[in-house]
Write a protein that binds this ligand. Structure first.
Ligand code: HEM
Length: 448
C-alpha cells in the first residue's frame, strides 16, 4: 500500500475540468513522483449510499483512480478496465490471506475495508488450484443441464410457497416468497436439508439486509456460530455416511497438497454458495417486481408476451446489478488505464459502474426491457464469473412468471418496503409487502 505519509497535497486534476469535494469527484494529486488520479470516494459514506449511480457517473470520468480512504485503494469504474482486471487473476487476485504470503496480505473480494467477522468465501477467495478443482466439482450441479433438470422442482416450490398466501391477498414478497424459493433450491443443490430453509435464509438475510445496530442483525449474528456448527456436523455426517450429493463430493475433494479439505474450508465453500445463491437472486426478483409495479406498460408487455422474458432478465440483471462491487489485490506492479499500480494495493471493482458505462450501453440509465446486445457484467467476467448464473436466471424467470400469472393485480406497499442498509457492495430488498386480489391455490404436496 502507498503509506499515508507518501500522499502529497492535492494538485490539479490530471485531465478535464473536474469539480472538487463532492462524493465521487476527482481531485488529482502526485504521489511519490507518480501521476496518480485521486478521487473523493468512500463506499461507506452517506453521500454514496444516497446516490450511487450519480457517484459512479462522476467517477467514470476517471475510470481508474485512487481513493485515500481506509489506507488507500484503487477505484475501477470503466467497463473496459473492470473487464481487464476481472479477467487477469495473475495480476489481480481474488484470494483472501490475512497473514502476508510473500509480502502480500490478500484482501479477498468482500469490500474495502474487509468487514470484521466476514467468513472467507470458500470458492471465490480460494487459492487458484483449489479454485479450479472446486469449479470442476460444482459445474455438473450448476450448468444448464442440471438447472433444466431442476426446473420442475423450482416451479413446484414457487407454486407451493405462493399457495401458502394466495388466499390472504397480502404477503411479504421477499420473506414469504423469493427468499424461501431461492433458499430451498440452493439447499437442495448443496445436499443440505431444504426443510431447514428458514434457518439458513433467516441468518444470511439478517446479516446482509439490516444495519449493524438493528435487532435483526444482532439476532442473525447470534445464530451464526450455531449455523456454522451445523455445517460442520453435515460435513462430518457425509464423511461417515457418503451419499450421492454435492456435499459428499466436497468432503472427498483433495486440495493442491493432496489433502482433504478441512472443516473450515468445507464450511467456507458451503457459506459461499449460501451467500451467493440466496439474497442476490431474491433481491433482483423483488426489484424487478417493484419496477413492474410502477411501470404499467412494462407490466402489460411482460404479462402478455412471455417471449420477452429472456431479454428482460438480462436487462434487469444489468440495471439492478445487485452485487454492485467486489475487490481484488494487485499481485505485481502494473499499469492500468495509465495509472501505476503497486503490488499489494487493493482495488474496488464496480460491476454497477461498468453496467452504466455510456461507452458500451446506449441510454444506460434507462431500463430497456428488450435491450440487445446486452454484455452486462452483473455476474462478473473471467475465471470467477458467477457459477450460479444459470440457476439465478431460471429462478428469476420462474418467480416473476408465477407472480404475473397468478396475482396479476399485485400492488407494492412502498411505505412498508425496506431496502438493504448495511453492505455498500450489495443492493437488495429486506422486505416488500404486496397486496392483491385473493386467488385459488393450485394445490400439490410439498415438493421436498
Ligand atoms: C442475481 C443473482 C446473482 C448475482 C448478481 C451474482 C453475482 C456474482 C458476481 C458478480 C460474481 C463474481 C465474483 C468475482 O468475480 O469476484 C459471482 C460469483 C459467484 N457466485 Fe454469484 N450471483 C448471483 C447468483 C448466484 C447463485 C444463485 C449462486 C449459487 C448457487 C451463486 C454463487 C456464486 C459463487 C459460488 C461465486 C464465486 C465463483 C468463483 O469465484 O469462481 N451466485 N456472483
Amino acid at each position: 500500500m502507498v503509506p499515508a505519509t507518501a500522499r502529497r497535497s492535492r494538485a490539479t486534476a490530471p485531465t478535464g475540468p473536474y469539480s472538487v469535494a463532492r462524493e465521487g469527484s476527482i481531485v488529482g494529486e502526485t504521489a511519490e513522483g507518480t501521476e496518480r488520479a485521486v478521487v473523493e470516494f468512500d463506499p461507506h459514506s452517506r453521500g454514496y449510499r444516497d446516490d450511487r449511480r450519480a457517484v459512479w457517473s462522476e467517477l467514470r470520468r476517471c475510470p481508474v483512480a485512487w481513493s485515500e480512504h481506509y489506507g488507500g485503494f484503487w477505484v475501477v469504474s470503466g467497463y473496459p478496465d473492470v473487464v481487464e482486471v476481472a479477467k487477469d487473476e495473475h495480476r489481480f487476485s481474488s484470494r483472501y490471506e490475512p497473514e502476508p504470503v510473500d509480502g502480500i496480505a490478500y484482501l479477498g473480494i468482500t469490500g474495502v475495508p474487509r468487514g470484521r467477522g466476514i467468513p472467507p468465501a470458500g470458492i471465490a477467495e480460494a487459492d487458484p488450484t483449489v479454485h479450479a478443482a472446486l469449479r470442476r466439482l460444482l459445474n455438473p450441479h450448476l450448468l444448464p443441464p442440471a438447472v433444466t433438470a431442476l426446473t420442475p422442482f423450482m416451479e413446484e416450490t414457487a407454486a407451493w410457497f405462493l399457495d401458502r398466501h394466495i388466499g390472504a391477498g397480502r404477503f411479504d414478497l421477499v420473506g414469504d416468497f423469493t427468499n424461501p424459493v431461492t433458499a430451498v433450491t440452493t439447499l437442495r443443490i448443496m445436499g443440505l436439508p431444504p426443510a431447514s430453509w428458514e434457518h439458513y435464509a433467516g441468518v444470511f438475510h439478517g446479516t446482509v439486509a439490516y444495519s449493524a445496530d438493528s435487532p435483526e442483525y444482532r439476532e442473525a449474528m447470534a445464530l451464526l456460530p450455531g449455523l456454522v456448527g451445523e455445517l460442520f456436523a453435515e460435513a462430518e455426517d457425509r464423511r461417515r455416511h457418503p451419499r450421492d450429493d454435492l456435499l459428499t463430493q466436497l468432503v472427498e475433494l483433495r486440495g493442491s497438497d493432496g489433502e482433504l479439505l478441512d472443516d473450515g474450508q468445507v464450511s467456507a465453500v458451503l457459506w459461499n454458495l449460501v451467500a451467493g445463491g440466496l439474497d442476490t437472486t431474491s433481491s433482483m426478483t423483488a426489484l424487478a417486481l417493484r419496477h413492474l409495479d410502477g411501470d404499467h406498460d412494462a407490466r402489460r408487455r411482460m404479462t402478455e408476451d412471455p417471449g420477452m422474458m429472456p431479454l428482460a432478465t438480462e436487462e434487469y440483471l444489468r440495471y439492478f446489478c445487485v452485487n454492485e462491487t467486489l475487490t481484488r489485490t494487485v499481485v505485481e506492479d502494473t499499469e492500468l488505464h495509465g495509472q501505476q499500480l503497486r503490488r499489494g494495493e487493493y482495488l474496488l471493482l464496480s460491476w454497477l459502474a461498468a453496467d452504466l458505462d455510456e461507452s458500451v450501453f446506449e441510454r444506460p440509465d434507462e431500463l430497456v426491457l428488450d435491450r440487445a446486445p446486452n454484455p452486462h457484467l452483473a455476474f462478473g467476467i473471467g475465471p470467477h464469473r458467477c457459477i450460479g448464473m444459470h440457476l439465478a436466471r431460471a429462478l428469476f424467470r420462474i418467480m416473476v412468471r408465477q407472480v404475473l400469472d397468478r396475482i396479476p393485480d399485485y400492488r407494492v406497499d412502498h411505505a412498508g418496503t425496506s431496502l438493504y442498509e448495511r453492505d455498500p457492495s450489495l443492493a437488495g430488498v429486506a422486505a416488500m409487502p404486496v397486496t392483491f386480489t385473493p386467488a385459488p391455490v393450485v394445490g400439490g404436496p410439498r415438493p421436498w
